[in-house]
Ligand binder design. Structure first.
Ligand code: HEC
Ligand code: HEC
Length: 255
């Protein structure tokens, strides 16, 4: 039932899109992916990763201050809006602008983000209590340095990506967050977040939050290891996951 209803919604919206812009029907998955990359590079720093950071505008949900056609949005992307902070991007050609539009339109028909049903205040309680997230993470100067600092995570990741981090932490690890293990002669293996490595040395932040440096030639063994972040798939219920995601989305650094 749900699948049929969903397919119908997508179909109806698909037709609406196709008629609102003759170009929409030619956009491929590649175009949308390319648009997503361009959006992250050129727009997210002001509009936020979900496109909802500027008051009255929610790009991911098609909520504009006045109704805008695809052509009008593409025009705004290239030419900006005069006398406002919305900048022109002259090096962007029309085709690239339309790929961003295709990406934004694809978000409108995607299922609503899980954060919508979550309660950030409850999420904070789970984060600090039952979830024990502070055993590894730091927020606004409190907590541990074993895992990445999450004080601004709401500016960096979309709700869907945050949800995936909780359910399948190993699915996508940022290069700067990878874990590394070294085995010095006569010692147990030491693991930690990799800070730096070159041909001769490796520096990591061990699980006791100490900065350690090793000479590779002195090591019996060294290499990347899996993330220590557990999956919360079975630890937290669906509502609790939504609450934690809502809390993470609200973390946008100290004003
Ligand atoms: C330097 C910050 C900044 C960047 C970068 C930026 N925008 Fe904007 N954008 C704004 C602001 C501020 C407004 C509101 C302008 C106003 O007061 O009308 C805006 C308005 C818009 C609007 C009109 C919304 C409406 O309701 O009328 C669209 C569409 C838009 N931006 C899309 C984009 C896209 C797509 C990108 C990336 C290619 C982008 N913006 C990059 C700051 C920015
Ligand atoms: C045992 C330590 C540990 C615990 C407990 C833990 N994490 Fe993590 N977490 C990590 C590490 C290490 C990473 C970096 C590697 C990765 O992405 O998996 C990470 C990554 C993340 C990321 C992705 C960060 C990014 O830059 O994309 C999020 C979000 C996150 N954790 C949230 C949480 C939340 C919320 C909880 C509690 C419900 C939690 N973590 C519990 C260690 C932990």
């Amino acid at each position: 039932m749900r699948t049929i209803a969903h397919t119908l919604t997508v179909l109806t919206l698909g037709i609406a899109l196709a008629s609102s812009s003759a170009r929409a029907q030619h956009e491929t998955a590649f175009d949308i992916e390319d648009g997503a990359r361009a959006f992250a590079q050129s727009c997210a720093n002001c509009h936020g990763p979900d496109g909802d950071l500027i008051a009255g505008i929610d790009l991911g949900r098609g909520l504009y201050r006045r109704p805008l056609s695809d052509a009008e949005i593409a025009d705004i992307i290239v030419n900006g809006i005069p006398d406002t902070p919305m900048p022109p991007t002259p090096r962007m050609n029309e085709q690239q602008a339309y790929r961003i539009v295709a990406y934004l339109r694809s978000l409108e028909i995607a299922p609503a983000a899980v954060a919508d049903s979550g309660n950030a205040a409850r999420g904070k309680l789970i984060f600090e209590g039952k979830g024990a997230c502070m055993d590894c993470h730091r927020v606004n100067g409190q907590g541990s340095r074993v895992g990445p600092d999450l004080s601004s995570i709401g500016l960096l990741r979309r709700a869907a990506e945050l949800e995936q981090s909780l359910l399948e932490p190993a699915a996508e690890v940022q290069p700067s967050n990878r874990f590394y293990s070294v085995t010095p002669a006569g010692s147990e293996p030491i693991t930690g977040r990799l800070l730096n490595h070159d041909t001769f040395t490796v520096q990591l932040f061990d699980t006791d939050e100490r900065l350690r440096s090793f000479v590779k030639a002195d090591l019996l063994d060294h290499g990347f290891v899996d993330t220590p972040m557990p999956s919360f798939q079975d630890e937290l219920g669906a509502q609790e996951i939504a609450d934690v995601v809502a809390w993470l989305v609200s973390l946008r650094g100290t004003p």
